[in-house]
Ligand binder design. Structure first.
Ligand SMILES: [Zn+2]
Length: 291
């Protein structure tokens, strides 16, 4: 009786382990994976075969994932994590870092990849997008801004690059800041809140927008002079609509002021310089000297 009872207990335990543990593990695994779509911002090699990949996704915001074995020649995910490509991703939640299960390229942006000037521009956009955002904070406006910009740049004729890329960069900087809650005030004086007159006003990084001449003298003497044409161009660029924004009629002098303001305001908010600016400058220098 006693032996029989003990056997039954052991049998019961065996059956539980044999049948229920795999089911529980399977259910746990099923819950721990998730699908998303994202743009590859950055890749860093870790260990012998792995890569740490930073992706800006539509559903999770910015995430960092570990792509195990992806540097092996025969890894099936190897060709689907190209820098700046747009990919379908399946991830498994990890204790510290989520791990890539599978990747599939949706758009590779071949023309960006084959043009050094386009690549340099996207390096900068990816860097500011990476440095200005925190992990796992969904932001569809930033995701759409980045994807639209990549699609536009991919089909842009090389002959238009010199005139369009600076404006496209300002468009990206201003709308990125706006999506992060730093939309500059461009209609009212940022200090006294009076409607701005069509005269020379000033742009204050410190106060986050345009300031009237009398307020500028008292509250931010370091603010930059901004004429009505530049102000109009900034308003159009902040529209989030790339097609409309890049139709703005602007001469080289005004384009330089727009660039100074959008770049300077981003740097002021970020409280830092961006490394890839140096890369863009060296590419432009090389290309203008004919190399
Ligand atoms: Zn004022």
């Amino acid at each position: 009786m006693f032996c029989g009872g003990a056997s039954l207990i052991w049998l019961n335990m065996y059956l539980r382990i044999r049948y229920f543990v795999p089911i529980i593990l399977k259910a746990k695994n099923a819950m721990a994976t998730y699908k998303t779509k994202g743009i590859i911002l950055r890749r860093t090699n870790v260990s012998e075969a792995d890569r740490l990949v930073t992706v800006f996704t539509d559903t999770e915001g910015k995430i960092k994932i570990r792509a195990k074995g992806v540097r092996w020649l025969f890894s099936r995910n190897r060709g689907h994590l190209e820098l700046f490509s747009y990919s379908d991703l399946v991830m498994a939640e990890g204790r510290e870092t989520d791990v890539l299960v599978s990747a599939y390229t949706i758009e590779i942006f071949k023309s960006i990849r084959n043009d050094l000037k386009k690549t340099a521009a996207v390096y900068y956009l990816a860097e500011i997008c990476d440095k200005m955002t925190v992990e796992k904070e969904k932001n569809e406006r930033i995701f759409n801004l980045f994807l639209d910009t990549l699609r536009f740049l991919d089909i842009l004729s090389p002959s238009l690059l010199s005139s369009v890329v600076p404006l496209l960069t300002s468009f990206f900087e201003l709308n990125l800041l706006s999506a992060l809650g730093f939309r500059p005030e461009l209609s009212l004086c940022v200090h006294c809140r009076k409607k701005l007159q069509p005269i020379a006003n000033f742009f204050s990084y410190k106060l986050g927008g345009v300031i009237c001449p009398s307020c500028s003298l008292r509250y931010d003497p370091k603010s930059l002079k901004i004429d009505p044409s530049t102000l109009k161009a900034l308003r159009v660029l902040l529209s989030y609509n790339l097609e409309i924004a890049l139709k703005v009629k602007i001469d080289e002098r005004h384009r330089q002021i727009v660039k100074k303001i959008s770049e300077g305001y981003l740097r002021y908010i970020a409280e830092r310089e961006f490394k890839s600016k140096k890369f863009i400058l060296s590419v432009n220098k090389k290309q203008s000297s004919g190399n």
